[in-house]
Design a protein around this ligand. Structure first.
Ligand code: NAD
Length: 470
């Protein structure tokens, strides 16, 4: 079986500037990532542009076949990809982490291939005839973040290729090797020039990608401040955008729940990928009548979930991917402590230990406007807020600029659905949080972005609708 070391040896081009890559769990040097510049970007865009005409001309059936071959190639290298992802990103092999992420890449690629998008007949009567086609846009620029680097890149790449576009992807600086490996594996089977990668800083290479007149659409997943910069850049060429931005999802627990029964779902809703997930549960509002029991059951469950080095099979929580994120989580928990909030679990990192490990942390009896509640913590620290009034908690859930996801926890499905209708979020889950499906549209409300990925909507988002009438 291929090892991640042998995969690594195939992906980094010889020569050129590189950056040392360290394992966030152990601090070990694991490899060198290329650092490219705007000239490399321009060459990649030219390659993508040159390949696009023949890729589009292949037709849907052939592109579908190529996507299946790409999925097969990912599957064949899945263990090496998962190990590399674990070493660079930090996430453990097991649990909803590295192996799960690589499996998701396969599933999303196959679904992007197999989802039908036939020509739609809009009218066909005495008033006239019109049909809707979905044409390729051209070259799609993809910019991905470091938390789910392979899977989010696939969400951008697979539908774009299916619809006859070629792609230039720029991964996050801190997870370059993971995406480079994924692209290298896919390029074992894809035609030359169809899928291109350029590494390098977001503020130069990423910025130039968003400003290029040769790019028809930007698929961006990352923070809201960078998303706003991309919106400004898109004005130059009226570049199409799908923006998956930050989130600070609320979960609302109603009085009728069984605290022991929901503890595991609450935990994974909040702590999946050690909290470094856009649509994780980041603010938990629990009704006063069940508050103490929910906190107790959650703490009981959380205390037994193993955190450690990703390659060790027993671990399902890992380190934070980078030191800046560790420091952000640390600052927010300290602000909660200083305000008098009650730390139920964790909150006591060993700053001198090797690796970016921040312990699983639950903070109870916290002010609803504390920084740990209103800022996106993006790490393993969950604030739990007590509430008494439903209207008040809906107001609190909706008062932030974010609107990615939300959840309602109750045995009364109808009441939960009524509350869902009042929440400003792209997805509202009932009795779970954060689960995604490749056929179910996903995206944000308010400053969590615009546009939807996945399923038929996701294919349409990377195509130019064209009416043929008469
Ligand atoms: P980030 O915005 O710092 O970086 C994202 C990407 O943008 C990176 O590849 C970076 O190099 C690039 N970039 C930076 N400056 C740029 C510029 N001026 N022009 C173009 N590209 C630029 O985000 P991050 O820290 O990597 O990721 C964490 C954030 O992403 C969190 O806010 C999280 O909620 C969000 N996120 C959202 C989703 C979603 O689906 N909505 C999914 C995952 C992560």
């Amino acid at each position: 079986m291929e090892s991640y070391e042998s995969l690594l040896a195939t992906i980094v081009p010889s020569g050129g500037e590189t950056r040392d890559v360290f394992d966030p769990a152990t601090g070990e040097l694991i490899g060198k990532a290329p650092v490219q510049d705007v000239a490399d970007l321009e060459a990649a865009i030219d390659r993508a542009e040159a390949a696009q005409v023949s890729w589009a001309a292949l037709g849907d059936d052939e592109r579908i076949a190529y996507l299946h071959k790409a999925a097969d190639a990912i599957e064949a290298s899945s263990e090496a990809l998962a190990e590399l992802l674990s070493r660079e990103q930090g996430k453990p092999l097991n649990g909803p982490n590295a192996r799960f992420e690589v499996g998701g890449c396969v599933a999303w690629t196959r679904t992007a291939a197999d989802t039908p998008l036939p020509v739609e007949v809009i009218i066909d009567d005495e008033s006239g005839y019109a049909e809707m086609h979905y044409r390729p846009l051209g070259v799609v620029g993809a910019i991905s973040p470091w938390n789910w680097p392979m899977m989010i890149s696939i969400w951008q790449i697979a539908p774009s290729l299916r619809m006859g576009n070629t792609v230039v992807i720029k991964p996050a600086e801190t997870t370059t090797l993971s995406v480079l490996a994924l692209v290298t594996v896919m390029n074992q089977v894809l035609p030359e020039g169809v899928l291109n990668i350029v590494t390098g800083p977001g503020r130069t290479v990423g910025d130039a990608l968003t400003r290029s007149p040769k790019i028809s659409k930007i698929m961006f997943t990352g923070s809201t401040p960078v998303g706003k910069r991309i919106i400004e850049a898109s004005a130059n060429n009226v570049t199409r955008l799908t923006l998956e931005l930050g989130g600070n999802d609320a979960g609302i627990v109603l009085p009728d729940v069984d605290p022991a029964a929901i503890a595991e779902g609450l935990f994974w809703g909040a702590f999946i990928n050690t909290g470094q997930t856009c649509a994780a549960l980041k603010r938990l509002y629990v009704h006063d009548s069940v508050y103490d029991q929910v906190v107790e059951e959650l703490a009981k469950f959380a205390a037994n979930v193993p955190m450690g080095v990703g390659l060790e099979e027993q671990n399902v929580l890992g380190p934070l991917q980078n030191r800046a994120q560790y420091e952000l989580v640390d600052r927010l928990v300290e602000s909660a402590k200083a305000s008098g909030a009650r730390v139920v679990l964790g909150g006591d990192p060993d700053h001198d230990a090797v690796g970016n490990f921040y312990p699983t942390t639950l903070v109870a009896d916290i002010d609803p406007h504390n920084d740990l509640v209103v800022e996106e913590q993006f790490g393993p620290a969950l604030p739990i807020i007590r509430y008494a009034d439903l209207d008040e908690v809906v107001k609190l859930a909706n008062e932030l600029e974010f609107g990615l996801g939300a959840s309602v926890w109750s045995n009364d499905r109808e009441q939960a659905k009524q509350i869902a209708a009042r929440l400003q979020a792209g997805t509202v889950w009932i009795n779970s949080h954060g689960g995604l499906h490749p056929m179910v549209p996903f995206g944000g409300a308010k400053q969590s972005g615009y546009g939807r990925e996945f399923g038929v909507e996701g294919l349409k988002a990377v195509a130019e609708p064209q009416v043929v009438s008469g």
